[in-house]
Write a protein that binds this ligand. Structure first.
Ligand code: C2E
Ligand code: MG
Ligand code: MG
Length: 594
């Protein structure tokens, strides 16, 4: 039965993905064969798009591009008719007598075309023969044409199936899903659907199964997972096998809430053990759910959102996670920032600012903490509190820190050249201490800019990472260069004192969260006071960071803190402003500030 909805016919043609593809030996062999079989001067396979004819293969027939306009073609009549169309003499047929293909150089006088009909009944094109003299095909020959057209069609379907079916499970794959979403987006724009991405099992478990039971058993298991999903979602959804152990479920109708409720009620069915080679296996499953509106971009957006949601489910180790826009935007921004770090370094988007540190004995400012700033070309200023935690989880912290080290030490050399013996503290991340050449690099940069390493302090936060192999040696080597070592954010984290004793730190920086409200909070007062006294007893120099008020300053000074840093003195400053600050708080002026 031929179907004649034109939009659906076009969608069916586009879904086949054959338009604008390369030449194919198979189709060329068919056109050659058909031309020879019937002794014709030409044969071709045409596909009829919304307003044009596209020729997949041709022999002996080369229509000018203008003749491919849909209303100029013979084949458009063939597909409308839905069975073989034969024009014994084009000059005698009023539909074609004035057609340029007939009157022009191609001189077509005979045409016979058999429609290419999809299994669903859409005529998407035709297999045709032409000749330059009038003639006729017997009924038997016309049947042969129909038979050849069916062969062409099944080859098109097969070619599509090869790229659209998963080779392990035999289920439709992600390309089929994209095509289906595309077609739905056109046919049912505005309707709601639910797309679910489900990992069953997750990749860690999958790896374990492959390792213990082998690939063949694993593949069998994946097929069993597919079968289970098919049973659970029969008549409710389309299923796809996306990759390895990830499947997708696309709901059939508009009742999105009903579908989500159904999913969330599937606890026991998903949990039930799968029998594989008589070994019952309980597979964990993690699913990401997105409800979305069908639209032209849904094929791109919905799978990405479902993937983002399943990542959330994996991170939280929960069975279902519903797509969360804010979370997704956060992740996308994080990804973008990481992606842009390298280019940002090259484009000079990073800058160091210097926050003064004051000696509480005399108020003088002779040192600073170098703090990184990023002025992203499109996103604007980005706080290190946002990008450092991202970057330090990747190897990108290597080149970024290297830039910081060079910039800070070069700055110190300039200050020294101007006669200001200022010391600078540089923040390093845990990863930096694992870089095999970190000590060498620190030493090389000091030598390059002729800076005595005693004017450099390295800040790092204490943590379990310090117990990593080789870290202690690196810390000792940094100290051996002559640099001092400060434990940043002290009092908030790990604080394994037994271990800290082995760390060759010279300074502790009491964390700002403890200092900021110390004037008002008796509990913080007790903690800070004991931290300062403990640190002093262990011979550390004590720095308080986040000093914002006169009262806090008074307290920490009374408890014996050596150095203070905070908004009470100054925010982090650009290099020239910092130098002015140093001049203001040096020597006789110093006591005024502190
Ligand atoms: P941090 O090393 O503990 O630096 C101190 C942070 O506290 C700085 O924030 C500073 O601006 C802020 N601060 C100082 N005094 C006050 C105060 O009185 N009140 C308040 N509310 N804040 C104060 P910033 O510059 O945003 O840096 C945040 C964190 O980013 C730093 O904490 C450090 O962990 C990291 N970071 C900054 N620059 C670098 C860098 O070059 N390398 C590495 N690895 N990390 C860096
Ligand atoms: Mg710091
Ligand atoms: Mg800190």
């Amino acid at each position: 039965m031929l179907r004649n909805s034109e939009p659906e016919r076009i969608a069916a043609l586009h879904q086949l993905g054959i338009l604008n593809t390369n030449t194919s030996e198979y189709f060329d062999a068919v056109t050659r064969l058909v031309a020879e079989m019937f002794g014709m001067s030409g044969a071709y396979i045409s596909l009829i798009d919304s307003d044009r004819q596209w020729i997949k293969s041709t022999v002996g027939f080369c229509p000018p591009p203008s003749a491919n306009q849909r209303d100029q073609t013979f084949c458009d009549h063939t597909i409308r008719q839905g069975r073989v169309l034969m024009i014994e003499d084009t000059l005698l047929d009023p539909r074609f007598a004035n057609n340029p293909l007939v009157t022009g150089p191609t001189g077509v006088r005979f045409y016979a075309g058999a429609p290419l009909v999809t299994p669903e009944g859409y005529a998407i094109g035709a297999l045709c023969v032409i000749d330059t003299k009038p003639r006729a095909l017997s009924e038997a020959d016309r049947d042969r044409m129909t038979g050849m057209a069916a062969l062409v069609m099944s080859h098109i379907m097969l070619g599509r199936a090869v790229g659209h079916v998963d080779s392990v499970s035999g289920m439709p794959n992600k390309y089929q899903m994209a095509d289906d979403l595309d077609a739905l987006g056109k046919r049912h724009a505005g309707q709601q659907r639910v797309l679910v991405a489900i990992d069953m099992p997750d990749s860690a478990r999958a790896f374990e199964i492959v390792r213990v039971l082998g690939v063949a058993v694993y593949d069998q298991l994946i097929r069993a997972v597919g079968d289970r999903l098919k049973l659970l979602f029969e008549n409710r959804a389309h299923l796809y096998h996306l990759t390895d152990a990830r499947f997708a479920i696309l709901s059939n109708d508009e009742d999105t809430q009903g579908f989500i409720d159904y999913l969330q009620g599937l606890e026991a069915q998903l949990q039930a053990p799968l029998l594989n080679l008589n070994i019952p296996l309980n597979l964990p499953s993690f699913g990401g759910i997105v409800a979305f509106e069908l639209c032209p971009t849904a094929a791109k957006d919905a799978p990405r959102k479902a993937a983002a949601a399943v990542n959330q489910a994996l991170i939280k180790q929960q069975r279902w996670s519903v797509y969360n826009n804010a979370e997704d935007e956060r992740q996308q921004r994080a990804f973008r920032l990481l992606n842009d770090v390298q280019a940002g370094i090259e484009a000079d988007q990073f800058q160091l600012v210097y926050q003064p540190k004051h000696d509480l004995a005399n108020g003088a400012c002779l040192s600073a903490e170098a703090l990184l700033r990023w002025n992203h070309d499109e996103l604007g200023p980005i706080s290190p509190a946002e990008f450092i935690p991202l970057v330090e989880k990747t190897a990108l912290i290597g080149p970024l820190t290297h830039w910081v080290i060079r910039t800070a030490i070069k700055q110190v050399s300039e200050w020294h050249a101007d006669g200001h013996r200022v010391k600078v503290a540089i923040n390093l991340s845990a990863y930096n201490f694992e870089e095999p050449d970190i000590v060498q690099r620190l030493s090389d940069v000091c030598r390059e800019f002729n800076v005595d390493p005693r004017y450099v302090e390295i800040e790092c936060t204490e943590g379990i990472w310090m117990e990593g192999s080789g870290i202690l040696k690196t810390l000792h080597d940094i100290r051996a260069l002559g640099m001092s070592l400060a434990l940043d954010d002290f009092g908030t984290g790990y604080s394994n004192f037994a271990y800290l004793q082995k760390v060759p730190a010279t300074v502790v920086k009491v964390d700002q969260s403890l200092i900021r409200n110390v004037h008002a909070n008796p509990r913080d007062q007790r903690i800070v006071r004991s931290l300062i006294s403990l640190a002093r007893e262990l011979d550390y120099q004590v720095v308080a960071e986040g000093v914002e008020t006169e009262q806090s300053l008074g307290l920490i000074r009374e408890w014996g803190c050596h150095i203070a840093q905070g908004y009470h003195f100054a925010k982090p400053l650009a290099a020239p402003a910092f130098l002015q600050h140093v001049v203001l708080y040096s020597g006789s002026n110093a006591a005024v500030g502190a």
